[in-house]
Design a protein around this ligand. Structure first.
Ligand code: HEM
Ligand code: FES
Length: 779
């Protein structure tokens, strides 16, 4: 049953020639054939799901796979859109047998009275949300804090048992059993039959997401049937323990109090499903984490010397090698997804492993980078109404495992081995993970303190402010009057991640965090930025101009890209105003490399103040138009916009006036014609004297949040322990969008169009507010 992927580059590649070709950067010649041949149970997808679907992300992001009978969705934005709409994309097929049961297997299942039905993860609205709210309490951060000591204790016991052995299969020694014990403890389920549960969990996974042979189906059906009966018996035992602790005890009590919401069928089905949901997911994710980190030694060593890196390293492991590679949905009406028509009842395999490496969302997405500042955007926990309720337990376990192991066994290494995986569509992690270390160099043999010390982590997603890498300034130069050019490299001499045109980084200098677009060579591994000294600004650029010298070591976040170039347009009009030339220059370089048709318009107050004039003239001379105010040359935006050919796109970066004028001029053009990036919003801190406090009601939970006059809605949501993505926090990036059901909005962002604002059904929570202190209701 197990597939063994190659262990080194020298081993034979199991992928087809066509797939290999596209791995090397070439498009596949026949995407339709790739779709026709897609096999979720063997070959490339089982070896490396993200890589196996690169061709799809690039060429056919939604395709029908006849061998599976599912539509496969592979791009980040599409997967998120599917997760976001659980009415149109129902989760009802999430626990369905992906390989239909044979008659013989059905007969076996029936003989056990097997009646697996809706739990939480596969329940439709409104029943799902009603149930989720009733059962949410145990998962709140304040209640999870109490579990940390138990996780720590169980982990330490296991490490104590094997620390002197020098070689161990981490799965057998710790990563299988501890998540199972934690799950049982959290659920309040007796810990009596670990090996039985192991057999049952495996059978449930094969039964639901695997492709067992006819013979195996019967064998698995017996185990699944026994698991079903066992779950029923456990519930009966638990019902007798009136004051029992744990989430399943609470569920059983709610079943008595609200039998229409927490139904009998739900309790029995959930008892069976939750063991796998809570334990296999975490066990496999932890195994993937150690395998990935030990294979990226620099990252492992950085964590050994700085455990504060652990929370983001865990997110990056969940992104790069998560334990849930794909999930399922089913359409409730005919619809269109990324231009592809889907009939009512279409079954969808949404491949998070592919979305998690989509370059359209994650810069240099197929590289592993524990300093990635949007790693937490991964889809491994799902998204939206059904997003994993136990995500903070999973995170907690993975963080504690990593903290204990990097402190007590920093010299741990991967042993030579072949990896085997259970072939299935959704759950991923090696069956075994052999590691070894020199026991003579175990730190606690020299310093007993190494055993006891520990680093604690707050429950929840990592804070973005804690994520930054150390860099060194290797050159400073004047790019024009008032513009400082910097070249920077990784402080430890490593190669900085690749980036794409339009990307920016955030420099952390003193008390200032400031974003700057990248404008050097995207593949050289060092970065270049140009910084305008803004005398009327908030002080960040002045401070940087004054203090940054050659050799300075500072911190940096990113790269991230919120201003992406669509490389498929027929023609490009690139427009830069002042320092806005930095991302535009990177775009022009890229378009030239691609051999695309483009024109470049660059305006400034005077040529003395315009950066990169030599470079733009040298590299883009034939398509360049320069406009210096003091020479009386002004851009004729109306003529430029009118001349954009069909299928053409405009990209602009510069001051508000320029961008607003373009927004007005492009109003009637097809959507996606005009793309822009502001390099300043004019939004500074909130002045409580001029702002009103307001209330925001959350429909899902019924919670009412108070937003103080000097705080944002985003602050209030995050403080309530609810994850909302956010990046810029100043109305630029669109990541913190929330849906509004009722109430008037005072929009202050630079993201929504006039039409979208008029609809009043969404807002950027980091900056926009309720009008005049009124109450708003969020979805
Ligand atoms: C749902 C992944 C750990 C309980 C889910 C979903 C995924 C997932 C993909 C479906 C999300 C969706 O449809 O949007 C994971 C991963 C974990 C993990 C990768 C560990 C690394 C846990 C733990 C528990 C848990 C430890 C409980 C103790 C649940 C529950 C749901 C769920 C109850 C259903 C939520 C709903 O439908 O409203 N999980 N999970 N999970 N998970 Fe997890
Ligand atoms: Fe970027 Fe709100 S966080 S728009």
């Amino acid at each position: 049953m197990a597939v063994t992927p190659p262990n080194s580059a020298s081993e034979a590649c199991p992928l087809s020639d066509e797939t290999t070709a596209q791995q090397n950067g070439c498009p596949v010649s026949d995407p339709a054939a790739m779709a026709r041949d897609f096999d979720a149970f063997q070959g490339a997808y089982q070896v490396d799901p993200a890589e196996a679907l690169r061709w799809s992300r690039d060429q056919l992001p939604v395709f029908y796979a006849p061998k599976l009978g599912y539509w496969v969705v592979t791009r980040y934005d599409d997967i998120k859109a599917v997760f976001r709409d659980n009415i149109l994309f129902s989760p009802k097929n999430v626990l369905e047998k992906i390989t239909p049961a044979t008659d013989a297997a059905m007969t076996v299942l029936k003989s056990y009275g097997y009646a697996m039905n809706r739990t939480m993860v596969n329940e439709d609205e409104p029943a799902h949300m009603e149930r989720r709210r009733v059962l949410m309490g145990h998962f709140l951060p304040e209640n999870l804090e109490k579990q940390q000591e138990m996780v720590r204790r169980l982990t330490r016991q296991k490490v104590d048992e094997f620390i002197d052995s020098g070689r161990v299969d981490l799965v057998e020694a710790m990563l299988y059993e501890v998540p199972l014990l934690v799950a049982l403890h959290f659920l309040g389920v007796p810990e009596d039959e670990i090996e039985t549960l192991r057999t049952f969990s495996l059978a449930h996974s094969v039964n639901t997401w695997g492709k067992p042979s006819d013979e195996k189906q019967v064998e698995v059906a017996h185990d699944v049937g026994r698991f079903w009966q066992y779950a029923g018996q456990v519930i009966e035992r638990m019902r007798e323990e009136k004051d029992g602790q744990g989430w399943m005890h609470h569920t059983i009590r709610m079943n008595a109090e609200m039998p229409d919401v927490v139904t009998d069928s739900y309790v029995h089905s959930m008892m069976m499903a939750i063991i796998v949901a809570a334990h296999e997911t975490t066990s496999l994710a932890s195994t993937n984490m150690f395998k990935t980190l030990l294979a990226h030694r620099d990252a492992w060593e950085d964590i050994c010397s700085d455990p504060s890196l652990i929370p983001n390293a865990v997110e990056e492991c969940l992104r790069y090698a998560g334990s849930i590679m794909a999930w399922r949905r089913q359409t409730t009406a005919a619809t269109t997804l990324n231009g592809v028509d889907l009939p009512e009842g279409a079954k969808l395999l949404i491949v998070q492993a592919s979305g998690n490496q989509d370059e359209r969302h994650f810069e240099d997405g197929d590289s592993f980078d524990i300093y990635r500042d949007n790693a937490v955007d991964h889809l491994t926990f799902g998204y939206g109404a059904h997003q994993c309720m136990g995500k903070n337990i999973g995170r907690m376990e993975m963080r504690i495992f990593l903290e204990e192991m990097t402190r007590r066994l920093p010299h741990l290494k991967l042993a030579e081995q072949d990896y085997s995986y259970l072939p299935n569509t959704s759950f991923r992690g090696p069956d075994h993970l052999w590691v070894e270390w020199d026991t003579a160099h175990t730190p606690e043999k020299i310093l007993s303190e190494a055993r006891r010390a520990k680093h604690e982590f707050a429950v929840g997603a990592p804070a973005r402010r804690d994520i930054a890498r150390k860099i060194r300034v290797t050159e400073t130069r004047s790019e024009a009057e008032g513009i400082l050019g910097l070249t920077i490299e990784d402080a430890q001499g490593r190669t900085l991640p690749n980036w794409s045109a339009g990307a920016h980084i955030e420099l952390c200098v003193g008390d200032y965090d400031r974003k700057y677009s990248l404008c050097g060579d995207p593949e050289r591994g060092t970065y270049q930025v140009a910084i305008l000294c803004e005398n009327q600004g908030r002080g960040g650029s002045r401070h940087i101009h004054k203090t940054l010298k050659n050799g300075a070591e500072i911190k940096m976040r990113g790269p991230s890209n919120l201003f992406r170039l669509d490389e498929g347009a027929a023609h490009y009009v690139l427009i830069a105003g002042g320092i806005g030339v930095t991302p535009i220059l990177a775009m022009a370089d890229r378009l030239k490399t691609l051999g695309k048709s483009y024109e470049l318009h660059y305006a400034g107050r005077s040529k003395r103040t315009m950066a990169f004039l030599n470079r733009v003239s040298r590299d883009h001379g034939p398509v360049l138009s320069l406009y210096a105010d003091d020479e009386g040359r002004i851009m004729d935006l109306a003529t430029m916009v009118a001349a954009v050919p069909e299928g053409g796109q405009i990209y602009a970066c510069g001051p508000h006036g320029l961008l607003n004028a373009l927004e007005n001029l492009t109003d009637g053009l097809p959507q996606d014609t005009y793309h822009f990036e502001h390099f300043s919003t004019g939004i500074s801190g909130l002045d409580p004297a001029n702002e009103s406090s307001f209330e925001a009601e959350l429909t899902d939970s019924g919670m009412v949040l108070q937003v103080a006059a000097d705080a944002t809605l985003l602050d209030a949501i995050l403080a309530a322990g609810i994850d909302v993505a956010c990046d810029c926090r100043e109305g630029l990036c669109g990541s913190c969008e929330v849906e509004v059901i009722e109430g008037e909005i005072d929009h202050r962002d630079m993201v929504l169009t006039r039409n979208e604002r008029a609809q009043s059904n969404r807002m950027m929570s980091c900056c926009s507010r309720a009008k005049n202190g009124a109450r708003i209701k969020l979805a």
